[in-house]
Write a protein that binds this ligand. Sequence first.
Ligand code: PRP
Length: 175
Amino acid sequence: MLGRVVLSREQIANVIRRMAEEIDSDLEGRSPVFIGVLKGCVYFFTALTQELAHSVEVDFIQVSSYGSGTTSSGTVILVKDITADVRDRDVYLVEDIVDTGTTLSDVVHLIRARHPRSVQVVTLLSKPSRRKVEIDVDFLGFEIDDIFVVGFGLDYAEQYRNLPDIHEFVPEGHA
Ligand code: PRP
């Protein structure tokens, strides 16, 4: 069941402006490739990159964890690879949420194996209380408690991604 708004569209827009300013300062002298981790990243990725003053190259990767539901299962597979050559480039990996850290940890390893100059992690949301794999987040929007959230890219069973605000979601039988 769709619940209360946890983060409004205004709060999201404000934090994205702040993050874009920080990232713009970091982009001086770099050769950036922004890689969005599909599908959850899409709304955040477009909003963030459009706020940047610098021109950046964009690309996408898609990985999938086995199983479905409201928790990650801990094993990811590569569904769609990037097309960019990231050797000696400065990579910014863009995620909607870091939960257990499994997805980003695997994606960081995969990208590092291609010899970029640097890899930085950008995420709108983080749930530090759920972490199983340590991940250095370089640019963070919000830390949230261990509640299931949907909207602004985040889904439940592939629904609700297009909601403009981020809501709490309570699966049937968990109310
Ligand atoms: C979600 C989210 C992150 C990942 C975070 O993706 O977009 O990629 O889970 O969880 P973790 O830190 O526990 O690995 P999901 O696999 O649901 O795919 P989606 O982006 O297509 O929704």
